[in-house]
Design a protein around this ligand. Structure first.
Ligand code: ASP
Length: 699
């Protein structure tokens, strides 16, 4: 039986007892990590969120009842121990623990809660299946490494708050039940009970609200905001996540960027003890795409992409020449010092190149003696090779990888191979932090599927003044006042200077394919606000979870979130999302009410071929294809009809038909002679060669 605390009060955390506490009385409480029974003396490693303390329960010092209790203690029992802190015997000293030279000699003991054997051991870096850990996250959280992540997260949030508050930012909360904010993902919707058929959207970000705060004169806003995006998940994505969101008035790009540099440098220094040299490197989107193939370059290592199209256009190698002459590009990276890549490594990279859409991987290894080793060399004139290698800065011991393809494909292939090579050679060190500010993003991109322009950042982003004239003429050429902060090849966050003029914002909506009515319907309140004097403003938001992932070197974003969702967006522990009761759906008018609101095509019940065969077999029918089709249709109608009946609200309705009361009828058992075989066979529908064909029923 579990006991109550009674008058016991905890005096120390387990991980905090030290030699200076020797001889003082102490009360520790926590979970039993391990129990060793030496007969007459029991040792327990007691754990709380600060660490472990060794408890000694000696039959000589506790009364019998408590000693018997101690014998019952198993892993994860919650106990309270009162005793005296003593120095450990030299042979039991544990140099790995901060409390390793002391122990608590028990005088009194309480079992506060018993525990079932946990489904996995509570220890650091346990190799347990993640699903099991997430199902019992409350046990998983007892692991010191996970707890450590939570502590660091709190320090990080605190450092961000301290910095921004020092910089005169005001922390403001914005609504979670709101209207859709277009950040490019699907919305999570919440049905309104009061306004039947209407929905709130959970915020993909507080974007519109923070802009309205600027209209409201708040001047500098920040929030540690929860955002919700219904997207396919990856290792660094969660359906709900935390952003540090900020916005400033009367600023241009450089002002926001300067603040961001200072913010990141400050939190890295204060939380991680990492010095980030300022100013951060800045790079335009164009440069990032050309040199690294991506808009989030990993700058922990070199191997930039080099343009060779001009040389290739007149070279003797037909494959390169044709690509270069037909609008494609020929580009390459020089993997400095990796001229000795093994055959297996080259094969690995070639497979990767193919998986990124390449037809193979063209490469040249420059041997230490300067000799070029490749199947390509024979296709080139020596001078062409020399020119290309010179441009690539190629030297003996280097390895060169080419891509000849359409621009997008070449970027993807080389950009990714660059990362694969770095992984292969362990160049992406987790303790190195390479920041870069990527600027001048294109304002728009063409969405093939939707057949319209979409905003690369979001629809509220200000175009560069010098590109404004191109807005309607050559929209894809317009650059935006938008910037990303990238760390180690990961986009930490994005921001931009916003449009603050109503007319320009309307122009933008039009460009994005919103009709005047739909722009008014979705963003009318924002456009209205802009009529009343909106200051120039801009801001930024970065993912706290993602930053934590990089700061802790965690492999998954789930390791830095207390209760994360699994890859499919579900919660293994609470089993959400889950079905709700019919009455809840009814209350929200989601059962039938919606039919009046939107046009809902009734779903056709699914009837499979197997279902049809089954029903036919039951009815002992052999059907041809036409009859099967007919039966399929009939079955669908029957199921649809049954579904409709099911949907009827019959509460409080009197039954319209009654079942006759059953009365048993007793009949005496009479012995009857069995049927005469001859008589039956005589009426058989057909006879042949002494065989009778009888109906199946008789069979
Ligand atoms: N709302 C943007 C985002 O979530 C950030 C910003 O523009 O401030 O990416």
């Amino acid at each position: 039986m579990a006991e109550t605390l009674g008058s016991m009060k905890r005096s120390h955390y387990c991980g905090e007892i030290r030699e200076t506490d020797i001889d003082s009385g102490a009360v520790l409480m926590g979970w039993a990590q391990r129990r060793r029974d030496l007969g007459g003396v029991i040792f327990i490693d007691l754990r709380d969120r600060t660490g472990l303390a060794q408890i000694v329960i000696d039959a000589k010092y506790v009364d019998e009842e408590d000693f018997i209790k101690a014998e019952r203690i198993r892993s994860e029992y919650v106990i309270a121990v009162e005793g005296v802190i003593e120095k450990r015997d030299p042979e039991t000293v544990n140099p790995l623990l901060e409390t390793g030279t002391v122990e608590l000699r028990a005088r009194k003991l309480k079992i506060l809660a018993e525990a079932k054997t946990p489904p996995f051991a509570i220890e650091e870096k346990s190799g347990v299946r993640e699903e099991l850990r997430l199902k019992h996250r409350y046990l998983d959280l007892r692991r010191p490494d996970l707890l450590q992540n939570l502590k660091l997260r709190q320090q990080m949030t605190q450092a961000v708050r301290d910095f921004l508050i020092r910089e005169q930012f005001l922390e403001v909360e914005t609504p979670v039940l709101t209207k859709s904010t277009p950040e490019g993902a699907r919305d999570y919707l919440v049905p309104s009970r009061v306004f039947k058929g209407s929905f709130y959207a959970l915020p993909q970000s507080p974007q519109i609200y923070k802009q309205l705060l600027m209209v409201g004169g708040v001047d500098r806003y920040f929030q540690v905001a929860r955002c919700f995006r219904d997207e396919d998940l990856r290792a660094d994505r969660q359906p709900e996540f935390t952003q540090v969101d900020l916005e400033m008035s009367f600023v241009d790009e450089e002002d926001v960027q300067a603040l961001l540099e200072a913010l990141f440098a400050d939190i890295f220094q204060n939380v991680l003890g990492q010095h980030i040299p300022l100013p951060m490197r800045r790079m335009t989107w164009q440069e990032a795409m050309d040199k690294y193939g991506v808009d989030k370059p990993d700058l922990r290592f070199g191997m930039e992409i080099v343009e060779l199209t001009d040389i290739a256009a007149s070279c003797s190698f037909e494959v390169f020449r044709k690509v270069a002459q037909s609008g494609g590009v020929v580009r390459a990276i020089n993997a400095k010092g990796y001229g000795d890549l093994t055959r297996t490594e080259i094969e690995f990279l070639t497979e990767k190149a193919v998986s990124y859409g390449g037809k193979g991987m063209a490469w040249i290894a420059i041997r230490e003696n300067g000799e070029l080793y490749s199947v390509l060399t024979k296709y080139f004139k020596e001078a062409e090779l020399v020119e290309m290698i010179q441009r690539l800065g190629g030297e003996p011991g280097d390895f060169i990888i080419f891509s000849a393809d359409q621009l997008e494909a070449a970027r993807t292939i080389l950009g990714n191979l660059r990362l694969d090579l770095a992984d292969l050679k362990h160049l992406r060190k987790k303790d190195a932090f390479a920041f870069v500010l990527v600027t001048d993003f294109p304002l728009l991109e063409w969405d093939l599927e939707a057949g319209r322009y979409v905003a690369m950042h979001h629809p509220f982003t200000m175009p560069k003044e010098e590109d404004m004239l191109l807005l309607e003429k050559e929209p894809l050429k317009v650059r935006a006042k938008a910037y990303d902060v990238v760390l180690n090849g990961v986009e930490l966050g994005s921001g931009s200077i916003r449009i603050h003029q109503r007319e320009l914002q309307k122009r933008m909506f039009k460009l994005l394919g919103f009709s005047e009515t739909s722009a008014q319907e979705r963003f009318g309140f924002m456009l209205d606000a802009f009529q009343y004097g909106a200051p120039p403003h801009g801001g930024f938001a970065f993912g706290l979870d993602r930053l934590m992932m990089l700061a802790t070197g965690a492999d998954s974003i789930r390791d830095v979130i207390a209760f994360p969702k699994m890859r499919d967006g579900s919660c293994a522990m609470s089993q959400s999302p889950s079905r709700v009761s019919r009455s809840q759906l009814k209350e929200l008018d989601l059962l039938s009410g919606l039919k009046d609101y939107v046009h809902v095509e009734p779903e056709k019940p699914v009837v499979s071929e197997a279902d049809v065969d089954y029903v036919a077999a039951l009815a002992r029918l052999e059907l041809n294809d036409e009859e099967k089709e007919e039966l399929t249709r009939n079955l669908r109608d029957i199921i649809a009809f049954a579904d409709k009946l099911n949907e009827l609200d019959v509460t409080g309705l009197d039954p319209m038909a009654h079942v006759m009361p059953i009365e048993n009828v007793f009949r005496p058992d009479l012995l009857m002679p069995s049927d005469d075989r001859e008589r039956i066979l005589k009426v058989a529908p057909a006879q042949k060669d002494g065989c009778y064909f009888v109906p199946k029923a008789v069979e």
